[in-house]
Design a protein around this ligand. Structure first.
Ligand code: AMP
Length: 137
């Protein structure tokens, strides 16, 4: 599938729209999901223009998954997460709604997740979680 330059995460990467950032380096960005499925729901995206997992070169994937683990450790430390759901939807058929590859890190049990991309969170509340996670990085 061709990469859509106007997808919402491409706009976040170009800083055309804001995000509540928790981490950034040369190749990746991590920020709070605006419709979290649990408190602390964080997204990690590669800056590389990949729609799905299948589009990301291995070298980029290796770095991205290391950042995923780094954020997971920060979630465990800052939010006392006992378990973390790592979710990655590749393709519309899987339920992917934003066509830029991203990894969901959700401090929760799979049995108690809120609905996917459903309810907008309070921005001030997201900012508080982001500050806690950043402090644990
Ligand atoms: P997926 O359905 O796997 O593509 O997930 C897309 C995720 O992006 C959902 O969990 C949405 O809540 C989240 N999302 C959509 N727009 C934004 C945004 N502007 N900032 C942060 N998260 C977003």
């Amino acid at each position: 599938m061709a990469y859509d330059q106007n997808n919402i995460f491409a706009k976040i990467l170009r800083q055309e729209i804001p995000c509540i950032k928790v981490y950034e380096d040369e190749h990746t960005l991590a920020f709070m999901d605006i419709m979290p499925q649990a408190d602390g729901h964080t997204l990690v995206i590669p800056k590389y223009e990949a729609v799905t997992l299948l589009d990301l070169p291995t070298s980029e994937l290796t770095h991205t998954i290391q950042v995923v683990q780094k954020i997971a450790l920060a979630l465990e430390k800052s939010l006392d997460a006992k378990g973390i759901v790592l979710m990655q939807l590749s393709g519309e058929a899987a339920g992917q709604t934003v066509p830029h590859l991203h990894f969901h890190l959700i401090p929760s049990s799979i049995h108690t997740l809120k609905n996917h991309a459903s309810d907008m969170a309070d921005q001030a509340q997201l900012q508080i979680f982001a500050e806690k996670i950043k402090a644990a990085l």
